[in-house]
Design a protein around this ligand. Sequence first.
Ligand code: 3H9
Length: 710
Amino acid sequence: MTAFTTTVDSGLALVTLDLPGEPVNKLTSGLIDEWETLIERLRGDSAVRAVVLVSGKPDSFIAGADIEEFTRLTTAAEAEALSRRGQDLMDRVEQFPKPIVAAIHGACLGGGCELALACHWRVATDSPKTQIGLPEVQLGLLPGAGGCVRLPRLIGARAALDIILAGKTERAQKALKLGLVDEVVPQSILRQVALAAADRLAREGTARRHRSRGAAGALLDGTPVGRRIVYRMAQKQLLKKTGGHYPAPLAALEAVRIGLEHGPAEGFRAERERFGALAVTPVSRNLVRIFFATTALKKDDGVPPGTEVEPLAIGRVGIVGSGFMGAAIAGTAVLNAEVEARLKDAELPRVGKGLKAALGILDERLKRRRLPAPRHRRLAALLSGTADYSGFTRADLVIEAVFEDLDVKRRVLAEVEREIRPEAIFATNTSTIPIRDIAAGAARPERVIGMHFFSPVERMPLLEIIPSDATDARTVVSAVRFGRAMGKTVIVVRDHPGFWVNRILSPYLNEAGVMIEEGVPVDLIDRTMTRWGFPVGPVALMDEVGLDVAQKASKVMHAAFGERLAPPAAIGRMIEDGRLGRKNARGFYAYHEGHKTGVDERVYRILGVKPLEGFAAEDVERRLVYLMLNEAAMACGEGVVRSARDGDVGAIFGIGFPPFRGGPLRLIDELTAGSVVETLTRLQEAHGARFAPAPALEAMASRGGRFHPD
Ligand code: 3H9
């Protein structure tokens, strides 16, 4: 392997790293060997005064240690040894007698960032592709090659903890402000500036950096007493945020603290010991699997391998329905896919409102400095509106986001088909209605597909794409690629009521309603499930979605699947009382000025129940979790998802299934299908037929199988 090429000019060695056969540079064991040999050679080469390290890849400096190698680690001792190797490497860079300058463009993450930190000077490009940070905790790990020690020493405890504990990455300008890099330059002059810095450092020695962090910064970062306050606050926030489910950030906090309070040697020891322990936890294993699953989905077009189609280039999108969903789809399409988006609604005032909401998505980015003003202006100009389909003849894709009603959707499809070119695609944004029903009377059913966005569109990472039996491969590939261009993780699912996400959500939400009718307190239900790891509880989720919307969806599911998915009467009674959830500030919870203030106790009277005392949280958890697992197994058995990988990614990104548990199908594998069947059978005896184990699960239990091969 020859990952490095070195040229020497005027005493300056320009080392270009380009890992052969890989899309990004990563610190593999082989690469580390090669680097060690190389720097030993440069150390002894009297013609070399200084070194510049640059990447030969288009958009990555170094994306970190090789995550593949982590999957092969079997013991904590092996993982600790890997970390020690990384630390030694960085130490040799830091102690190198000649200056080493990191010239950074693209992803500079994890071990890549740690290598840059060990260098004596860092120059980064101002490109939005340049991202510098330590995302290790997102893999259930901590920076294990010296990052927990070097970063706080460079930029202060608070700023370092902000990055390390959240696994954050920063753009170049912010990194400059923090002192994480020393210079930011346009990409075209990166090498020249880095070489000039190397020359200067070789002649004048390494510059001492004096950064003022203000009085508060000096007190909090600069004194042991101040730092104690910082650690305590960080720990409190972490426990609140992670619910104790994610050990990595707490371990990273400890490593940072030890490094700052007891010196680098102790810090490095704490770092590698904790890295070793974390790398073999089930939490880290699950998070690493999710990384590889989402990476694989970036290349998956949703059609069988070998299908040869030329996808439609999508430059203009029409969106029918300028309500909450339609507007957010338009705003997100413009922001991420940079396409022209035209909103259509029945009346111009409604169109105006939708355009304002779509523009709001761009404005928010501008305000948070994620979008420069000229780009904001350019993107805003891509948005337009109409009340009469004008311009739709030029659309490549039309997304319908009207009311969730079969007749209305069919009417819109017929209208749109009259306007658009024959090769244009019609996508329906439905959450439950089968695409074949919507496309039943279509003139060109092969161009009709489902695109199920999740709300709020600009923030939710998942998109379900649903071809009907009539949809052609070109339409599938075009829609999947467009979804990805919109920044979504896309799963292609089977045309079955509720598709994947709402299918597995349906029995879970229903059961929450059934429990409320039994008198189980609302806050007990929600608290139990957030403690289990969901970002919100099922009752709060119904309020968020809207009780009317939830009822509509549950009726579709009831009609399709019968009594097993019968909606609880509670929702209907809430709606009769005029309660629609957060949107009208009246739901299971009370709201004040848009903020949830607590359970609305009047709800129990409306439902004619008395809240029970002493109901066991374990019973709540078991009923809710096992119903979701059972439905996931059943739907997977029916081929609703193409693989267990897609099912788990869909549950995690679509409904916030706790990532550390790996997804519902992974959880079944971990519990074993046999034990899940046993628990369901006991629940069935106690609570009724809706808990009857899915045939797919029983079959799996009897042959001792798993959903995931690994
Ligand atoms: C770490 O560094 C630990 C250290 O502190 C301590 C060590 C002792 N490893 O995502 P893409 C592959 S932990 C292995 O489609 P993009 C990826 O699987 C690491 N493989 O491209 C895919 O492979 P394939 C901390 C990696 O442009 C291909 O590269 N670092 C790694 O959308 C293209 O990836 C991270 O957590 C890796 N580190 O995004 C960063 N990185 O083509 C993880 C990428 O065979 N990486 N691959 O399917 C990322 O966030 C994104 O991949 C990146 C590029 C932003 C770099």
